[in-house]
Structures are given as C-alpha cells and as structure tokens.
Design a protein around this ligand. Sequence first.
Ligand SMILES: *Cc1c(COP(=O)(O)O)cnc(C)c1O
Length: 363
Amino acid sequence: MSRAFNFSAGPAVMPEEVLQQAASEMLDWHGSGMSVMEMSHRGKEFISIYEQAEADLRELLAVPAHFKILFMQGGGLAENAIVPLNLSQGEAMDFVLTGSWSQKSLKEAGKYGTARVAASAQADGFITLPAPATWQIGSDSRYVHICGNETIHGVEFHELPDLKALGCDAPLVVDFSSHVASRPVDWSRVGLAFGGAQKNLGPAGLTLVIVREDLIGHTLPHCPSAFDYKLVADNQSMYNTPPTYSIYIAGLVFQWLKKNGGIAAMEQRNIAKAQLLYDFLDSSSLFENRVAQDCRSRMNVPFFLRDESRNDAFLAGAKAANLLQLKGHKSVGGMRASIYNAMPIEGVQALVAYMREFEKTQA
Ligand SMILES: *Cc1c(COP(=O)(O)O)cnc(C)c1O
C-alpha cells in the first residue's frame, strides 16, 4: 500500500515521519511499558510530554510570556461559544464576516451577548476582505472577532488588523484553526487566538487557545466549568482529562516543525506551494480561482472547472493518480485543495501536473 497525496481540509495530511514515530512508540513509549494513550494524565511520563509540547509551541509561535497556552477540547465550533462565555460579559461583540466560519461564530455568540456585524464581504460572495478602515466597531465592544483563514472560501488575512490604529481598545479574537503554524503571528495585535488541531497541528480532539492573561477571569457565571479559561489555566489544562493522545501527536508535529526550520521556513514553503498552484490556475483556460489576489489563502485553494460537467471525471482521474479529497465543500461546490504544512511541494507539483494533463486531454 502506498500513501497518496491527501488534500483534505481537515482532518488532514500529517507529516509521515510523525506517523512513523508514533507507530514505533505505540506499544511502549520511551521504555515506560505503556502506550501514551494508556498513561495517566497526571503521571510524570505524560506531564513531560505535555510540558515539552507546550514549550515547543511557545517557542515556535513566539508566544509572549503574558499569554497562556490552553489545551482544550470541543473544536473551533465549541470556542464560538466558549470565547463569548469568557470574554463578552454578556455585552456587545463585533464580528467581521468573511465566510462560513465567521458567520458561524457570529451566530453562536449571539446566544451569550449582543453579536454585531462590523463588516461583511457577503455581498461579493466572500472573495474579498473588507478593509479594516471600513469596519464599524462599537466603542462598547468587548472584542472583535475575525477568522484568520476561511477554510471553505479560501480567503486569508495576510496581515492582522491593528485595532489600536483604528482607535479601538477592544481585544482582537482570531479563529486561526486552518492556518495556525503556517506563518508567524503578530501577538501585539492579538488578544486571543483559537483553533482546532486537525488542520495544521495534529489529530482532531485537541483545541488550542492562546489568550492574553488579562482577558482571563471575566467568565459568565453559567459558563461550564470545564470551559472556564481561568479554571483551565489555573490547572495547567488539566482541570479535567485533556486529549492526551492528540497532545502527544501535536507535540511530535511541533518537533517536526522545529527540525524543519520552524515557522519562518514553513511560511516560505507555504508561499512557494500556494504560488505554484495559483499561477497554474491563473494561466489555465479550464480551471479558475475566484478569490481576489491579495487575500488568497495559502492553505485552502478552492477552484472550479469552467465546465462543471467535467467535475466527476476530474475527481475520478485525480483519485486514480493518488490525489485524494479534492472535492470542494458542499456549500460552494467545485474543488478545493488544502495544502497545509504537512503537504510537501511534491504533492502540489503532482496536482498541477495532473490538472495540466486533464486540461490537455479534455480540450
Ligand atoms: C474546521 C474549522 C472550524 C471548526 O472546527 P471543529 O473542530 O470542527 O469544531 C472552525 N473554524 C475554522 C476556521 C475551521 O477551519
């Protein structure tokens, strides 16, 4: 059996070396006589795995000391509720709508306070980003929410907004589920960032929250205890049992990132991969990407065949060529290639070669 190139949006491709290492350590982790999934989360073996993972992540993402790193559960969707439960104080929040994920965040937050739309790109079909200078942020805003990378629409903020420069003191909340660790983060502009692990960090089950300390401790009374950032932070993410195996695998991914030059090197690789694919799409007469040039995602590349009757043939041929999970999200149709950190450039080269061939034979 050979491994294919996997373009899934998530759960997604993992570095092969990480899978091999996990396999070799499956039955007996470092002479402990146990698999990691059999260890107490309070034992010294797992604590060492956890501490190493946290330290590596802090180093990789250059997280400042006044931010807490929380390893939680519930995924990005649960954070759509957990963030307002912890930060809104039941008051107003502002959302920038740039695609499906920010829309979901807005809707969920409305259960816990007044969720307002500061700006929206819906009118143009979510293929642009509204310029920060046009955002309508209330002076009473508890936080401003953006989705850093819209996984479905393929739109990415290439620079985080500087809210202070807009005269806004509210913290910025970023859903970075689908581009965390693909590029550096300017923490001076961020109050809280969250993301599920299954796009770029590891297996599903782990949710990463990185939050400025002063934003912790204002939780609404009806917030479930397991989702109270203060309780989670005060207990080193072990208020209840954390997703131990997912943390272990994410830790192996962090080691892999460090070995491969860290986030700066990863960003350069991601730029090269994305450029290869977008350059081909822009030169093609059969395929197209509709997102504005300046906000195209480096991680998720949605594209369409101008003749949609060829979609099934395209997907069947891709599968035969070992290029998997290219079907677009059902809400937008077409195709989507997710090219996260663990996708090697060879995968993108193979995809472009297949598309070029497909275009020729169908002409
Ligand atoms: C995948 C994704 C989510 C949802 O993650 P779950 O783990 O399924 O809850 C939220 N936001 C973004 C940007 C995503 O890509």
